[in-house]
Design a protein around this ligand. Structure first.
Ligand SMILES: C[S@@+](CC[C@H](N)C(=O)[O-])C[C@H]1O[C@@H](n2cnc3c(N)ncnc32)[C@H](O)[C@@H]1O
Length: 309
């Protein structure tokens, strides 16, 4: 079955006014409110968690937070993994801890703050505050510093994050990355936007910031040590490889895959669903496409939706 639901592309682009999410939005980020609407429509109130194995800069982490749901994410880029973790777990308390330390204006000041943090915060607080510190350094490296007033103001209009949830910096297509991700076996939504091809925009953070972010995640147990880029197997190949791993640890879930064509306009929606059904025999039910209309110059955005059973 397929539905055609043309939507204003603006509804899929990230909103630069969205509290918390606006701390850092990747070029390919999704719109938080639209993600929430899709999850509410497709899963309803029974949803137990949001799982995003290509978490990027955390639009689904922010959506999970707003829906008061635990967030489980995997992201291969260490800086983006820190951004996602900060968006999903930061509180006003973490911002206040950082505010008492020297300002983060560059990599050197980030390193000083990271060294000081364990002396003035608990281990749990250090993990989240360190990731928030990486976000501040990332914004400073872009010449658009993020102020504490904006952070605390944004957090004041959010509820406290759900107590459970986890993020790992790893390759979502290999089993080890899912081993330490205690995703609920029932009734979660796997909502993700996979890399749509070789030329999908990359973050391009300064290499020393990336190395520092990796160090932060390693020290808090959120890094699984893979520093090489996995082989590019295209949208369908990467998505199916990830879904094999997800299906090994999740018994029942609603799966929503955002698809936008690669730079050459190649549309892999049907191929992805066919290959998924072949890779997971008997587990793909109620599959459908939701076509959302022209999105970028590359072509239309569509959602591949099915129940994993
Ligand atoms: C289209 S972006 C996701 C955008 C995201 N929704 C956001 O809010 O920024 C895809 C993400 O997948 C990550 N990625 C690519 N291959 C991966 C892999 N094998 N395992 C985990 N993450 C991967 C990329 O680093 C990128 O951040």
């Amino acid at each position: 079955m397929s539905l055609y639901l043309p939507l204003n592309p603006e509804r899929y682009h990230p909103d630069p006014r969205e509290p918390v999410d606006r701390w850092f939005q990747t070029a390919s980020a999704s719109n938080v409110r639209t993600t929430m609407e899709i999850v509410a429509d497709l899963v309803g109130p029974a949803c137990s968690a949001v799982v995003d194995p290509f978490a990027g800069g955390g639009s689904s982490a922010t959506a999970a937070r707003l829906m008061d749901l635990p967030f489980f994410g995997i992201e291969i880029d260490p800086v983006l993994a820190c951004v996602s973790l900060a968006k999903s777990r930061a509180t006003v308390g973490h911002a206040r801890i950082l505010q008492r330390l020297p300002p983060i204006r560059d990599l050197e000041s980030l390193l000083s703050v990271l060294a000081l943090l364990p002396t003035c915060a608990s281990a749990d607080e250090v993990a989240v505050a360190s990731c928030l510190a990486v976000v501040l350094a990332l914004r400073a490296s872009r010449g658009t510093p993020l102020g504490y007033q904006e952070i605390t103001g944004d957090l004041a209009c959010h509820r406290r994050p759900a107590a459970t949830g986890r993020l790992v910096c790893a390759d979502a297509t290999v089993p080890a990355s899912w081993r330490d991700l205690p995703v609920p076996q029932e009734d979660a939504v796997l909502y993700t936007s996979p890399q749509f091809g070789r030329r999908s925009p990359l973050l391009g953070a300064p290499p020393r910031l990336t190395a520092t972010a990796r160090g932060v995640l390693a020290s808090v147990g959120g890094d699984h040590g893979r520093s090489t880029t996995p082989e590019d197997s295209g949208f369908a190949g990467t998505t199916v490889a990830m879904l094999r791993q997800a299906a090994a640890v999740m018994r029942r879930a609603t799966v929503v895959i955002e698809h936008e064509p690669d730079d050459d306009g190649h549309n892999a929606t049907e191929e992805t669903l066919e290959r998924t059904a072949a890779a997971l025999p008997g587990r793909v039910h109620n599959a459908r496409f939701i076509f959302c209309g022209q999105f970028t110059w590359r072509g239309p955005l569509s959602l591949i939706v099915f129940d994993l059973r």
